[in-house]
Design a binder for this molecule. Structure first.
Ligand SMILES: NC(=O)c1ccc[n+]([C@@H]2O[C@H](COP(=O)([O-])OP(=O)(O)OC[C@H]3O[C@@H](n4cnc5c(N)ncnc54)[C@H](O)[C@@H]3O)[C@@H](O)[C@H]2O)c1
Length: 330
């Protein structure tokens, strides 16, 4: 059997799709997730039920912040030479209410993964999910990996940037090949209920007010899940190399759609897919949010061939169709 690939956060939105694609390609996957209740656990369980159809999938419920548990998992089901590390406390707004969980999952958990990779002979590649939120208060667009990123506007962003820096130090010290991928607003079927596609779709269906922050003056580089997964897997197969004794096998890449969409156009695409108008409530900017995100993906495309192909006009109807089916809405 092929060597197992570890995917952390396997019951999560991106983790689920990543595992599914790997299994469809014939890989042997071990998934770990603590199934926390940040959002509806039954959605995480439903994703896992889909994955359970594959015999080459093993799921372990564990907290990545628990080092002993992770060490045991590594011994019993590994060692893992390829790791896709997606488990994290996500969400910008929640980090204002629950800061400690971000430090546990995103810093302590991240260190645990680094330590386990460090002690794995012949380790090949750790791909880590960072975020466009690290660009924080930056004004220059599109956001490029060469830009300074020392002005985070949320603790979530600060933990993601810290994860990138911790990774850099481990690649430097121990030669672990690593890529930190800065994801830009991912959407699609099986998406998270704390994100705008769910909130908007749900509100329109149920005739509730649709909250639009910063009076709608926002732009997002919305990226369709299938494009993200293609990018993650292409990156996994192209680990950075240590060019010479000085070289550090570490890189940071953006992974977005390379197109900043107006928030109102996005709402329009959902209205069109539902055949129903939104009752919009314009609200001020929220703490921790940024006004615009837009990814420069040239380097990612050059290194891995990554090329997103799904526009919101194509992706949103797929999301809405899944939503209606999953939640039983007409
Ligand atoms: N979805 C996006 O738009 C987006 C954008 C930027 C970055 N990211 C990053 O991508 C990754 C995946 O995001 P997602 O949208 O799939 O989120 P998600 O919340 O659906 O998935 C994360 C999964 O990790 C699990 N998890 C959290 N803490 C854990 C811990 N301590 N131990 C074990 N499991 C734990 C959760 O239960 C969840 O199932 C995250 O690191 C997130 O920060 C996502």
């Amino acid at each position: 059997m092929a060597e197992p690939i570890l995917v952390t956060g396997a019951a999560g939105f991106i983790g689920f799709h990543t595992v599914l694609r790997l299994l469809q390609a014939g890989a042997h996957v071990v998934g770990v997730d603590n199934l926390n209740d940040y959002y509806d656990v039954s959605l995480k369980q439903a994703r896992l039920r889909e994955l359970d159809n594959f015999k080459d999938f093993t799921f372990i419920k564990e907290d990545i912040a628990n080092f002993e548990g992770m060490e045991k998992l590594w011994k019993e089901h590994g060692p893992f030479k390829q790791v896709i590390h997606l488990a994290a406390q996500a969400g910008v707004r929640y980090s204002l209410k629950n800061p400690h969980t971000y430090v546990q999952s995103n810093l302590v958990g991240h260190l645990n993964i680094l330590e386990l990779c460090r002690h794995t002979e012949g380790f090949e590649h750790l791909v880590f999910a960072s975020s466009s939120s690290v660009y924080g208060k930056n004004k220059k667009l599109p956001y490029a990996v060469e830009d300074r990123v020392d002005q985070p506007v949320s603790l979530y962003a600060a933990t993601k940037r810290s994860g990138e820096l911790m990774s850099h130090s481990y690649s430097h010290l121990y030669g672990i090949p690593q890529t930190s991928l800065r994801f830009f607003t991912v959407y699609g079927p099986w998406g998270r209920p704390d994100m705008s596609p769910y909130i908007f779709t749900d509100a329109i269906i149920k005739d509730k007010k649709v909250p639009i922050f910063n009076n709608g003056d926002m732009k997002r580089d919305f990226t369709y899940i299938d494009d993200i997964v293609s990018g993650v897997l292409a990156v996994l197969e192209t680990p950075p190399k240590r060019e010479n004794d000085e070289g550090i096998p570490y890189r940071i890449l953006n992974i977005g759609n390379n197109k900043a969409e107006n928030l109102m156009d996005y709402v329009g695409a959902i209205e069109k897919a539902l055949g129903k108008k939104a009752d919009i409530e314009l609200l001020p900017m929220q703490a921790g949010d940024v006004k615009e995100t837009y990814a420069d993906i040239d380097e990612t495309t050059k290194l891995t061939g990554y090329k997103p192909t799904t526009s919101i006009d194509e992706g949103i109807p797929k999301y809405v169709a899944w939503f209606k089916d999953f939640y039983g809405e007409e």
